[in-house]
Design a binder for this molecule. Structure first.
Ligand code: NAD
Length: 472
């Protein structure tokens, strides 16, 4: 797609940002901090409206989950950038090779220009604000494409951002896949996409036409592995909690569990106990989230049904009704030992279904994970640190939490991102700043240096020196 084939308002918005960046290509910290403060203010002043809009888009998303998993981490990202951004901007010292002393070298963070961000629906606030904070801290102009599956929140976010920012600083666009495809064809200086692996492929192809570098934050099937001897009740409780926040619609939710075969029934009992304690009113519980829309609800019902028909025992974790068509709510269900080729074992589940895959030897569990695309997250339950290190070394994954679930995502000092089919590149904290910066290597020659020796015509002394250099 060429620039002239794209809708004019999109290209105008882009050209305007590009011109604004050209007029101020190296914004200082005060300008960046002012933008971050405006983003912070916008969030603090409108938290209630934001929470309500997301609740309405989901047809029932507990306000406390939005606070915990979207508002709070968004504030953390912005505050972290405000606290450390000035330091992140400073040139970073790098050593020089001994033959070049006393010259000096450094990495100089430079703003890239216009950054594009594409947002999915499952955490529509946090997955917009996290990349936005990083791109703004790094001194870029930013265009954000929101998800069409959260129309209420997307429109609200567009309106709020337009009140707080000029369009040449930040532009929010809304629309469906067609607009999204056009958006990803803009010649951004960096494009961060969060969404499914299949759409990620298309985004990367579109970006390739412009040689736009991409960060792809994708999905996939994230396993939880319980090792023999690990206290089962603890593992189950942490897996159930990690699975059921946002009704399983979390990119790093445990997608399936590998566990010792003789613990299958004990897992079922402990999971039922944990789910009932967490959501005493079952499907009607105020803290249980709906599936985003009817299409995804039907997809999940169909996947559970297929697993059942193909021989997986289905254990619902709530008492009472297992699903509610009107509110597209689905009770959490364990699917015991489903065949490897049914949908719940082929595709990312992204809902409250949890396959349990028994193993006889721990090696089999590791092989099972490694026979599939690299996961975005990996959960390993084990008190044996030597075995844990050895196992983790063998299983590439986007990120790992040991003896719990989800929490690696909340660590500002850890990069967040996938590997292979679960994505490329990373962000969060300084990692996000670096993603949206060019860390330009700068070599500073000293007045006193021996370069004259290395000019042609090459002298015998130079040749002797070169022999010495090769020997060391
Ligand atoms: P999706 O890929 O369907 O859509 C994501 C965004 O891409 C939307 O804004 C959509 O409009 C846009 N889009 C659609 N077609 C496009 C195209 N041709 N070119 C460019 N953009 C296009 O994903 P989704 O259903 O919104 O989100 C769920 C997926 O996102 C899951 O796979 C989940 O694992 C993943 N996810 C990953 C992370 C992460 O941080 N790695 C976080 C959340 C969700």
């Amino acid at each position: 797609m060429n620039l002239q084939d794209l809708p004019t308002d999109l290209t105008l918005a882009f050209e305007r940002q590009r011109a604004a960046h050209a007029a101020d290509p190296g914004p200082g910290w005060d300008t960046r901090a002012d933008r971050l403060r405006r983003l912070l203010r916008l969030l603090l002043d409108n938290e209630g409206a934001i929470t309500q809009a997301i609740d309405a888009d989901f047809g029932g998303r507990p306000a406390v989950e939005t606070e915990l998993a979207e508002v709070w981490p968004s504030l953390e990202e912005i505050k972290g950038a405000l606290r450390h951004g000035r330091g992140w901007m400073k040139p970073r010292r790098a050593g020089v090779g001994k033959w070049f002393l006393p010259a000096r070298a450094q990495l100089l963070p430079q703003a890239l220009g216009v950054a594009g961000i594409i947002v999915p629906w499952n955490y529509p606030l946090y997955l917009a604000v996290g990349p936005m904070a990083a791109a703004l801290a790094a001194g870029n102009r930013v265009m954000v494409k929101m998800s069409e599956l959260t129309p209420g929140f997307s429109a609200l976010w567009q309106r709020l951002c337009a009140q707080a920012f000029s369009p040449d600083e930040l532009t929010i666009v809304t629309g469906g896949p067609e607009l999204a495809a056009q958006f990803s064809a803009l010649p951004f200086d960096h494009l961060l996409f969060t969404g499914s692996t299949s759409v990620g492929r298309r985004v990367m192809a579109a970006a390739a036409a412009n040689l736009t570098p991409v960060t792809l934050e994708l999905g996939g099937k994230s396993p939880a592995i319980i090792t023999p001897g690990y206290p089962l009740a603890h593992a189950v409780q942490r897996i159930v909690v990690g699975k059921l926040i946002n009704a399983g619609q979390t990119c790093i939710a445990p997608d399936y569990v590998l566990l010792p075969r003789d613990q299958l029934q004990a897992f079922v009992d402990a999971a039922r106990d944990a789910a009932r304690r967490a959501y005493p009113a079952g499907l009607a519980d105020v803290n249980f989230c709906s599936v985003i829309n009817d299409r995804h609800y039907r997809r999940l019902l169909g996947a559970a049904e297929e697993a059942g028909e193909r021989g997986a025992r289905t254990e619902y974790l709530f008492d009472g009704v297992s699903h509610d068509d009107a509110r597209h709510r689905l009770a959490p269900a364990l699917l015991l030992d489903p065949p490897a080729d049914c949908e719940v074992m082929r595709e990312e589940i992204f809902g409250p279904l949890l396959p349990l895959v028994p193993y006889d030897r721990l090696d089999e569990a590791v092989d099972f994970v490694n026979a599939r695309p690299h996961p975005l997250a990996l959960y390993w339950f084990d008190h044996d640190t030597t075995r844990t290190q050895a196992a983790l070394r063998k299983m590439p994954a986007g990120g790992v939490t040991v003896n719990d679930t989800l929490l690696h995502v909340a660590q500002e000092k850890l990069p967040f991102g996938g590997v292979g089919a679960s994505g490329m590149g990373h962000y969060h904290g300084r990692w996000g700043f670096d993603t949206f910066s060019k860390l330009t290597p700068v070599f500073r020659q000293s007045r006193l240096n021996g370069m004259a020796l290395f000019l042609p015509p090459y002298s015998p002394l130079m040749r002797r020196l070169l022999r010495l250099m090769k020997a060391f």
